[in-house]
Design a protein around this ligand. Structure first.
Ligand SMILES: *Cc1c(COP(=O)(O)O)cnc(C)c1O
Length: 363
């Protein structure tokens, strides 16, 4: 019995449920994959930056070489982008890996990690993986209650996670609020600010002055969302040089593959593409919000590329959409069994979703 030799905590570790892949739904329904809209994982409906795709094509004949494990060129480029020193950066196999690296560096059995009750679920998974205790703070109006989170900090707290905008709620906290919160945390706590959707907003909170004061703060970003590179798995954190050094110590030598590094560099230079994606997401998101309201639904206003929507029967709504070729995300793992998360798609995809919901809700 292999379970006898397994670490106890692995047996109780919850499993992450990703959005259903297009191919799987196509097989189940007998659909052509090209007729299926995947609006389940907050991927960009506008695809990858064409410059990134071109750069990766040109790179492909070098695939026999190991990547640059230090990500030298990309760090130099990102340092300029974020206005930090290269030594302040940690690259990851998606920003999910950075969350895990934080666990490696900071979490031991019995430590506590504070996050919101409807925060991105990977915080909880990583907490449990390291035998630490999740301290989940209620989120009134689906928004992080930073005062209550500060109150939840104890001597055992090591990490506090806030995503702004948060997934799956789409809500954000103001820069002033976040700065005040960061200043209020004691020295034995690391403030982890997840900025996965920052590029969808007009501006992002600037934590760098507080990092420069020597506070324990890390901000995390990803190439999976607005840059449209989810398949390459690349994200990064910027923090104090000492913390970046510790995180670099616990990663695998080649944790970020070479294609991802090449793609990320090119995508950073494709500012016109990113600006277009931001603008289209705003327009399409506003139209989708209004369309859903006209159907009598009440989506949570979002700062990101998805909408949180409550249904009388979310399971049924999910099935209706999926049978019509639109995959969205059920939210039982987030204790939101009556809600679905809808990624904002192209105009056409959103219209398809609205049409399906209209005939479901109003005959
Ligand atoms: C999508 C997402 C990420 C990014 O994950 P990657 O591992 O970089 O693909 C991180 N945080 C939040 C809140 C997200 O929604």
């Amino acid at each position: 019995m292999i379970t006898k030799i397994v670490k106890k905590r692995v047996l109780s570790q919850p499993v992450y449920e990703p959005g259903k892949p297009i191919e799987e739904v196509a097989r189940e329904l007998g659909f052509d994959p090209s007729n299926i809209a995947k609006l389940a994982s907050n991927e960009s409906p506008f695809g990858s930056s064409p410059k990134a795709v071109e750069a990766v094509r040109a790179w492909a004949e070098n695939a026999w070489l190991y990547p640059d494990g230090s990500c030298y060129d990309l760090k130099a480029r990102l340092a300029v982008e974020r206005g930090v020193e290269p030594e302040q950066l940690i690259l990851g196999n998606g920003s999910n890996e950075i969350i895990e690296l934080l666990g490696h560096v900071f979490l031991a059995e019995g430590d506590e990690v504070v996050f919101g009750s409807q925060a991105f679920i990977v915080y909880k998974l990583v907490t449990l993986l390291f035998g630490a205790r999740p301290v989940e703070v209620p989120m009134p109006e689906f928004t992080h209650d930073l005062g209550a989170m500060a109150d939840a900090v104890t001597d055992r707290t090591r990490l506090v996670f806030v995503a702004s905008p948060n997934n799956p709620t789409g809500t954000a906290n103001s820069e002033d609020e976040l700065l005040e919160f960061a200043r209020s945390l004691p020295e034995h706590v690391v403030f982890c600010l997840d900025e996965a959707y920052a590029e969808y907003c007009e501006s992002a909170p600037d934590m760098r002055p507080l990092m420069a004061e020597g506070r324990n703060i890390i901000c995390m970003r990803t190439f999976s969302k607005i840059f449209g590179l989810a398949g390459f798995r690349i994200g990064y954190g910027y923090t104090g040089a000492e913390m970046a050094g510790l995180l670099n110590r616990v990663r695998q030598p080649f944790n970020v593959n070479a294609a991802a590094q090449v793609a990320a560099m090119a995508a950073l230079d494709d500012t016109a593409f990113v600006d277009d994606c931001r603008r289209h997401n705003l327009d399409n998101g506003q139209a989708l919000l209004e369309g859903l309201r006209q159907l009598g639904l009440d989506p949570v206003p979002s700062q990101a590329n998805f909408l949180l929507v409550e249904f009388a029967d979310a399971g049924e709504a999910f099935q209706v959409l999926q049978n019509g070729g639109v995959i969205v995300r059920p939210l039982q793992p987030y204790k939101l069994p009556n809600h679905l998360r809808l990624t904002i798609g192209t105009q056409e995809q959103n219209q398809k979703m609205l049409n399906l919901l209209s005939s479901y809700l109003h005959g």
